[in-house]
Every structure is written in C-alpha cells, then in structure tokens.
Design a protein around this ligand. Structure first.
Ligand SMILES: [Fe+2]
Length: 253
C-alpha cells in the first residue's frame, strides 16, 4: 500500500466514523428552554448555551415546550411568547443559527380540558396541530381517554411525551400498542436510550423501538447537562441509531 493510499484510507475511515455519528435528526421538539417559567433553564444564558450546542449537533430548528400544569406552571402564550422573542433576539446577537419556536408540554389534568374548550392550545407542526402531552408519574388519570378524544375531535394530534417513563405501563406493554392504534404519537426521550433514567426505562424504549411505534425522539433537556450527555453519549449509541431507522416525524416539522 502506498503512503498516499494509506493516508487516503485513514482519512476515509475517519470521515466514515464521523459520518456514522452525524445526527440524522434536524428538528428537536421537546425541551424546557424558555427561561424561568418551569423546572427547565433559569436564565437566558443557559438557554443560549444549550441552543449553541444543539446547533453544533446538527439541529436546525428547536421547538421548545415549557410545562403547562394547572397546579404548578400556569404558563400560556401571554408569558411565553415575550420570552421567546427575547431568546430569539439573543440568538441573532450571538450568531447562533437555529430556528426557535415555542409550544408546550401539557399535563393531562383538569386545566387542559378548559384550554381545549377555549381553543387556547399551543400546538406545533402547523396544519398537523401536534400537541405534546404528559401524564403524572403515579397513575394514568381517569380523564386521559376523554381528553385525547377532545383533542382529536378539535383536529389536534396528541403526542405522548416519554411513554417509556410511566412505570404503570411497564407491566402492561400492550398499552403502548393500544395508544399507537388510537392515533397517539409516541415521543421517546433521547436520554432513555442509554439507560439514563433506569434500566427498566431503557427496556421499555427498546420494546417501543422494536415495535416501530415511536414517531418522535426528543431531548427533554431541562439543563445544559442533559444536552451535553445527549451529545456525548446518545447520538453515537446503537439504540439511537436504531430508533432513527424508521421515518420519524421530527424532520417534517
Ligand atoms: Fe418535558
């Protein structure tokens, strides 16, 4: 082998390994990057640090989703939109090339029913009207089915945040298939795919990925630390790559 082909092969293999770690997802859709409105980032500076890293990871667009819960986080367009504008201005000032939008992560509680009635829902994906919803970690709420129905009847497409994290589904995995069949789109958390939360949650992620019933992957980043772990460990992981083998909806947003 000539010295040139040797060099060529080396750089080629380096390119290949870089290529295999390229993030195929360019739109990130679940995070807590509007400062000081929930348990996510507290300052605009931390939001910018995370967005800078997301940009380096290949994301072109971020739809951030602050919590809306009737008990704890009484957020809405009135307080979120002005903070979104401030953050977008800072992105321009700091030359961070990423598109930023805001939607929300709605807790399935009594409050959301009223918001659906009033048509006061922050959705994403334009005409597709996706709505990110989460469940309490203790038990599936009794009104879950009726809220899903109310959303769907209004033309919204419910997206269930991190289904793999609800322990009460772990013993009845068929619930994931039922939800999928009912038109509920499943969003796995990136961090679940490396066992960050627990081995059991990793197992549930594997089940969902094997069944190919997930539609979105999301960071659920609450802090820079979350984003850094995703960058360092998740994107190059086997399970993340496997999860990306199907047509995810992230890049359609
Ligand atoms: Fe979240």
């Amino acid at each position: 082998m000539s010295i040139f082909s040797n060099i060529f092969n080396k750089s080629n293999s380096k390119e290949k390994s870089l290529e295999s770690n390229v993030n195929p997802i360019t739109t990130e859709l679940h995070s807590h990057l509007i400062f000081d409105v929930d348990d996510g980032v507290k300052t605009i500076e931390e939001a910018l640090e995370i967005l800078q890293l997301f940009s380096e990871m290949g994301y072109k667009k971020v739809i951030t989703t602050p919590h809306i819960m009737s008990d704890y986080y009484k957020n809405g367009p009135e307080n979120l939109l002005p903070k979104l504008e401030l953050t977008k201005n800072k992105l321009i000032e700091n030359n961070i090339a990423i598109e930023l939008e805001v939607a929300a992560e709605y807790m399935i509680d009594d409050g959301i029913e009223k918001k659906i009635e009033e048509k006061n829902i922050l959705s994403f994906g334009g005409e597709n009207k996706y709505v990110l919803v989460e469940l309490p970690f203790m038990e599936e709420p009794r009104n879950f089915k009726s809220i899903l129905f109310s959303l769907q009847i209004q033309g919204f497409k419910p997206v269930l945040a991190h289904p793999e994290r609800y322990m009460y589904y772990h013993q009845k995995k068929e619930r994931y298939d039922e939800l999928h069949d009912q038109g509920v789109l499943l969003q796995l958390n990136n961090l679940s795919l490396i066992g960050y939360y627990s081995p059991q949650i990793l197992k549930m992620s594997e089940y969902i990925i094997d069944r190919k019933i997930h539609s979105f992957l999301g960071s659920d980043a609450h802090s820079f630390r979350h984003a850094a772990i995703i960058n360092d460990k998740v994107i190059s992981s086997k399970l993340y790559k496997k999860a990306c083998e199907i047509e995810l909806l992230n890049n359609t947003l």
